[in-house]
Design a protein around this ligand. Structure first.
Ligand SMILES: Nc1ncnc2c1ncn2[C@@H]1O[C@H](COP(=O)(O)OP(=O)(O)OP(=O)(O)O)[C@@H](O)[C@H]1O
Ligand SMILES: [Mg+2]
Length: 136
């Protein structure tokens, strides 16, 4: 690995519990600061690839490195720290329609709060200000 590589996939495979192959022997490196577009047919594994990076599911084989560290066995605090560094916009947006626009944006900050504070919506004034700026 060169020091410049930020995300690396090494022989990554993902087989879903029903036997469907989502990823097969995927190898690539993304250097820091690179803007990358992944293009492929429906069902080719783009979403599976994204879910592998933020560990929404486990891989079946191979390794994924972020900033030189293998993330495939992360649990607990390591996993929470990894996820809060990743911004993810879901294919179907996953907006909570009964919540306000601001509350939906604030959900991107829940990784920085205790469970009870985020459940009660007790976000800081600084974070609320950030959402206003982001929405503008
Ligand atoms: N939870 C799952 N269980 C079983 N198979 C799945 C699951 N999720 C995805 N697949 C299968 O894995 C393969 C890759 O799907 P994936 O959703 O990653 O494709 P995609 O490239 O994101 O497609 P699209 O462009 O339609 O969003 C497909 O064959 C799909 O049917
Ligand atoms: Mg998809």
């Amino acid at each position: 690995m060169t020091d410049n590589n930020f995300i690396e996939f090494k022989n990554v495979g993902k087989v879903y519990p029903n036997g469907t192959v989502g990823l097969e022997n995927i190898n690539f490196s993304i250097p820091k600061g690179q803007f990358l577009v992944v293009v492929g047919l429906s069902g080719s594994g783009k979403s599976t690839l994204m879910r592998t990076i933020n560990r929404m599911h486990d891989v079946s084989s191979g390794d994924v490195l972020i900033d030189g560290k293998s993330i495939i066995h992360y649990k607990g605090k390591d996993l929470r720290n990894l996820r809060r560094e990743i911004g993810m916009i879901f294919q179907n947006f996953n907006l909570v329609k009964r919540s306000s626009v601001q509350r939906n944006v604030l959900s991107g900050r829940v990784g920085y709060y205790s469970t009870w504070r985020s459940a009660l919506g007790l976000f800081s004034a600084a974070d609320k200000q950030k959402t206003v700026e982001a929405l503008q």
